[in-house]
Design a protein around this ligand. Sequence first.
Ligand code: PEP
Ligand code: MG
Length: 582
Amino acid sequence: MLELQGIAVSPGVAIGKAIVFDREGYSIARCLVSRPEAQREWQRLVEAVSKAHEVLGARGKETTDSWGANLGGIFSAQQQLLLDPHVRSEMEHLIRDNLYAAEYAVSEVFAKYAAAFRKASSSFLAERAADVRDVERTLLEALTGKPTQTFAEIPPGSIVVSHDLTPGETASFDTEKVLALCTEAGGPGGHTAIVARGMEIPAVVGVGNFLHNIRSGDELIIDGHLGRIFVSPDAPTRERYLKRRIARESIVSELSELKDLPAVTSDGVHVELMANVEFPNETQACLARGADGVGLYRTEFLYLGHDKEPTEEDHFLAYQQVLRDMQGRPVVIRTLDLGADKMGMTRPVEPENNPFLGLRSIRLSLRNPALFRVQVRAILRAASAGNCRIMFPMVTTLDEFRSAKFLLRSVADDLTCEGIRIPSTLRVGMMVEVPAAVLMLDRFIEEIDFVSIGTNDLTQYTLAVDRSNVSVADLYQACDPAVLRLIKRTQEITSEHGKSTSVCGEMSNNPAHALLLVGMGIRSLSLAPSTIPVIKKAIRSVTLGQCEAMAWRALRLGTAREVEAFLMNQLAGLVPEIVLQA
Ligand code: PEP
Ligand code: MG
């Protein structure tokens, strides 16, 4: 048995068979070999290279016959890449010296070249990454004698193991088949983690290099509470986790009894519990968990995992469905937050050096007014299907908010001329996710109807820590006193002006953090539907005074570590049954 530790990002326990994918999304069956096997492995690769060379030659001929020599030439270039002496010697080194199985050596070397091409500033070179992937796939097929499996062909009962996964890839998994996932890369605040939580599949990210220790078909246990992974678990571990899974199922069913009860403290203070959704069909989970509404609909997921841009009708139908399903409860539709780690197949942005500081979110929408107008038209057309609110993400300057609102007004005027009725009650808000927006909030406040604090990005931009980078994951702390002060200031300014503030970052999913936020004056939280019952339980178990005392103390501590330790201690005293769940 091998035990590994990563970052727990989506709770739950799964026991299943590993399916290992390389960096390019192809499954690889074998990883390491013994020293005596290495020579045979190298021989297998040499034979596969010549087989793949023939396959590419035949493809080239067929293409030339049908479409001419220009297109056929693509395959001659692929043949050259296959025979490139650098590529060959790197694969030989990995097999003979590092004892990699041939498939693993192929995937490592070709992934490196594909990544280098992708980073190239010239779009001609960047597009060559697709050729590298083609050659890799052809070579892997020659090695294994069968088509390479992709994410679309995962068998039931699988645990996906990969170097990294994009949010779009994660969203494309069939939850009937994928039991859990774990990755070498990824940080606690990345969108892959958020999607896994939304899909309710246990996930552990940021495990570091471990793919060579796992083969497809190995039995795995994923502990999404503590971030532990067990490869080929021994019988006692397996037994322990089977029991834990049963215990968790019984806690979940106990908590489900709270569904129709409000989230009120024991001294009667009501806290609104809204849900974060990425896909229209998640409304079922929202209703099943007793959500008061949708506090954050991440609409950019309409773009992820699809190779075509959604049309105005695609947008409209999705929004209409969510609004109708929520039966008059508030639904906050956030306009596109594309860019950085959320990039569709049709990239509206050239590759950037610092994508989280680049053309993402509202900046990208304002730079592409045609794309933005399509979405805003669809939201406004759908608005009368329910209780719709509209929110702009990552607003940093007043100019940005005004430009977005100007576009909204002009689209509304067009629609009115077309005879489409837009509810006069439509409220327009902004996300607070950048320290600049907090510092300027007293100027924004007259122009906005409501605020939602995105603590995932607020943490990233306040502490200068990339939310999806495993190397700095320990520095990514939503409870850092600097972040807490910004939240407090936001809450104070909005309440002075009678405007509502919600917190929709992942912080709201953590019971200790949620109680702290209530103590800081926050009366609306938006979180993953699956976490609503446990947060409701926490809120119903405490008084407002206890939450305020927690906040008073936490705001006077000096480091994130002190705050975290203090909060865990408080939670253990106030709601011990929740702590036992972990
Ligand atoms: C946030 O940043 O906290 C947030 C809710 O938005 P997202 O996670 O989609 O960036
Ligand atoms: Mg954000």
